[in-house]
Design a protein around this ligand. Structure first.
Ligand code: SAM
Length: 317
């Protein structure tokens, strides 16, 4: 294990790390900085190229990724196998998905407030998302889909792993408030082929597991019309994220199975903003998730150095 950690640390130290990634930033400062950087095509190219080159040698599945990118599939079999292996544990709040269960109230609060602001809904209503059709991409066992349905949204949850969808369906059927969720084992790109459209598309903790983040975002965008909302959460490719989300969470605290995350698959906030801008999604709000080890609770923060979430709106092309 030690030699694997040393190899990972070497990879980090020899790699470009964004000057934004390890520092706390206020949302507006962050977005302003990103906007001014996007004027520099060289810097932008370097970042996108460095993400790509990082990914291929370390992922160990370069052939698979290459052939999949020809078909423009977001699927990465090695990642899907990891989730299939632990599918039975989705609703065990002390199991491998404990961090997602613990973060859920905080991320739901962000989604509720941004969607209510965007769609001019009253957040104080018991079912404020009534009338909004939300797609939860990579829904897993339905940890997010269910609270969205309870807030009144019409929810479609999709996941590439059939076992996840089966678990999600069984769990949702236990309660009349969630039994109307439409669950389907499919991908964002297949929904695009079927010409489905949604008012809001959400992909939480998924983009770091797909074969090609830019293609994935292109599909998310194609599932919306101008005026729709898109929310994505992921982990920053920062040294601090390596130390906490991989070393601490997987190797010291055993919160997640070892190998759950590949540091090179993480995206910095500015990379995500630029990828989304290229597919006509304008990122308007961003927040970090802060973990307090003393209380064991998560809260929203301006520090996007590790876990973060972005809210964007689809603009006309
Ligand atoms: C870390 S889990 C997140 C689950 C859920 N979004 C949440 O945050 O509670 C990632 C999920 O994405 C799914 N997934 C990965 N790649 C996918 C793809 N290309 N299309 C659809 N689902 C995918 C996995 O099967 C897994 O259930």
């Amino acid at each position: 294990m030690a030699s694997k950690l040393v190899a990972h640390l070497r990879a980090i130290s020899s790699t470009h790390v964004s000057k934004f990634s390890a520092k706390p930033y206020h949302t507006l400062q962050l977005l302003n900085a990103i906007t001014s950087q996007s004027q520099s095509p060289n810097l932008y190219c370097f970042r996108l190229i460095s993400t790509t080159t990082l990914r291929s040698p370390s992922s160990g599945d370069s052939t698979q990724t290459q052939s999949q990118s020809q078909t423009k599939s977001s699927l990465k079999d090695i990642e899907l196998a990891k989730f299939s292996a632990i599918a039975d544990t989705w609703w065990d709040s002390e199991g491998p998905f404990k961090p997602l269960h613990a973060m859920n109230p905080t991320r739901v609060a962000f989604i509720r407030s941004t969607l209510c602001r965007h769609f001019r809904k009253d957040p104080l209503l018991p079912r404020p998302l009534e009338g909004i059709h939300v797609l939860d991409v990579g829904c897993g066992g339905g940890i997010l889909s269910e609270p969205l349905a309870r807030m009144g949204a019409t929810v479609t949850g999709v996941d590439a792993v059939e076992k996840n969808i089966n678990i999600a369906r069984i769990h949702a059927d236990l309660d009349s408030a969630t039994s109307r969720i439409e669950y389907c084992c499919t991908t964002a790109e297949k929904l695009v082929e079927e010409q489905r459209k949604f008012d809001a598309v959400i992909a939480l903790e998924v983009i770091e597991h797909v074969a090609d983040p830019a293609e994935f975002c292109k599909s998310l965008s194609a599932l919306t019309d101008p005026g729709a909302a898109v929310l994505i959460s992921t982990i920053n490719r920062s040294v601090r994220a390596y130390a906490t989300a991989i070393v601490a969470a997987e190797y010291i605290l055993n919160w997640l199975p070892k190998g759950t995350h590949q540091w090179s698959s993480f995206l910095t906030p500015e990379e995500l903003v630029l990828i989304l801008r290229r597919v006509s999604i304008d990122v308007r709000e961003m927040a970090g998730f802060f973990y307090n080890p003393l209380t064991g609770r998560w809260s929203l923060s301006d520090d996007v150095g590790v876990n973060f979430i972005a809210f964007g709106a689809k603009i006309a092309q």
